[in-house]
Design a protein. Structure first.
Ligand SMILES: Nc1nc2c(ncn2[C@@H]2O[C@H](COP(=O)(O)OP(=O)(O)OP(=O)(O)O)[C@@H](O)[C@H]2O)c(=O)[nH]1
Length: 338
């Protein structure tokens, strides 16, 4: 089975603060710390102001540096990403910009720490109370300009987070992708195999979403309306990415056909799509010839079996009338080696 992550890794990215919000947060923390220290610190004024200004610098540094390093740590790195999500990421955002922005946040976090230590030491050596405050103001000016410098990088991560956080969650379990032209009976099959209403996940390449269902025998089923339902040559670049992403997800494809052609596609068109999917996906395929409860289409059924039986296992079924659903389940478990 292919190894994949347990959940959408982009959900962990924390809410992104804009530069001003981050500076305000740091300023408020520093003022709070200073307020406490003014009440509790005893001694002559130079001694007191060294302590207070140094602690203000430390508090400001901690808020900014910790926040930025948390964002970096919680944002998945493009290079270690599960290929399914990586494929989607590449089409939704500029990955070079994304990587550069994470690098910039990392730099700003480290540099803030350096500024904090440097100005902290200077305050410590200051010769007068007035001088401690001047040094701390210089520090504030420098750290503000660091944070403002990474404004576009924070914005880049914020935009990516918005686009990525609602991507489907796929689980680390054997996965069957259901394919076939529209109206052949894919969603009926998904419901029958999972005994439940599927979860509908947004999938950025199709308005119809990605339907995911779980069976009680440990398999995840994915129905992909609008993705694997027409010939490859009719697809644009973005749609091809959607197909490639599914390739990373699938351990097995179940391809549903409708010999009655009520779905609107001829048996030849359906055979061609099966062959295309076989070339695109490097996983086993099971063919379901559906709607066998409707009589009068034996000729089409035979054409499909003649053309495809040398390459694929074929099961005649009626998803709506529960004909051979158990045979389909058994064959899926066989192929997936459960
Ligand atoms: N007679 C008969 N009708 C069926 C069978 N399976 C599905 N249908 C009907 O075929 C139509 C399409 O079924 P769906 O399960 O929605 O097909 P789909 O492939 O998921 O369609 P899209 O969501 O458009 O991709 C519905 O009206 C079903 O009731 C079957 O085994 N026999």
């Amino acid at each position: 089975m292919k190894k994949r992550v347990e959940a959408n890794p982009f959900r962990k990215i924390p809410t992104i603060l804009y530069a001003d919000e981050l500076l305000d947060k740091a300023h408020n923390r520093a003022e709070k710390v200073a307020g406490e220290l003014r009440k509790t610190t005893r001694g002559e004024s130079l001694y007191k102001s060294r302590i207070i200004e140094e602690q203000k610098i430390r508090a400001t540094t901690a808020v900014i540096s910790d926040y930025l390093s948390t964002v970096v740590k919680k944002t998945p790195s493009v290079d270690n990403l599960d290929p399914f999500y990586r494929e989607i990421l590449e089409i939704l955002i500029d990955t070079d910009d994304f990587k550069k922005s994470l690098g910039a946040l990392n730099w700003a976090s480290d540099f803030s720490k350096k500024l904090g230590s440097m100005y902290g030491r200077r305050v410590h050596k200051a010769g007068s109370a007035r001088h401690t405050s001047i040094i701390r103001k210089q520090f504030n000016g420098r750290i503000s300009s660091v944070v403002k410098q990474i404004y576009p990088n924070l914005a880049c991560i914020a935009v990516a987070r918005e686009k990525l956080k609602n991507l489907p969650t796929v689980k680390d379990m054997p996965t069957v992708v259901i394919a076939g032209y529209p109206n052949v009976g894919k969603s009926t099959l998904l419901r029958k195999l999972t005994n439940a209403e599927p979860e509908i996940n947004a999938y950025p390449f199709t308005t119809k979403g990605l339907n995911v269902g779980y069976s009680d025998y440990g398999i995840q089923f994915v129905d992909t309306p609008g993705v694997l339902d027409r010939p490859i040559y009719e697809r644009n670049d973005i749609e091809l990415h959607a197909v490639v992403a599914l390739n990373y997800l699938a351990d097995l494809i179940v391809f549903v056909m409708d010999p009655t052609e009520y779905c609107g596609y001829t048996i030849e068109e359906q055979i061609n799509l099966t062959n295309e999917i076989e070339k695109t996906f490097k996983v086993p395929i099971i063919i379901i010839i559906n709607k066998i409860d409707i009589e009068g289409y034996e000729e089409n059924l035979k054409i499909a079996e003649r053309e495809l039986s040398s390459k694929f296992d074929i099961i005649r079924a009626s998803t709506e009338n529960d004909i051979n659903i158990d045979v389909i389940k058994k064959e899926i478990m066989n192929k997936i080696d459960l």
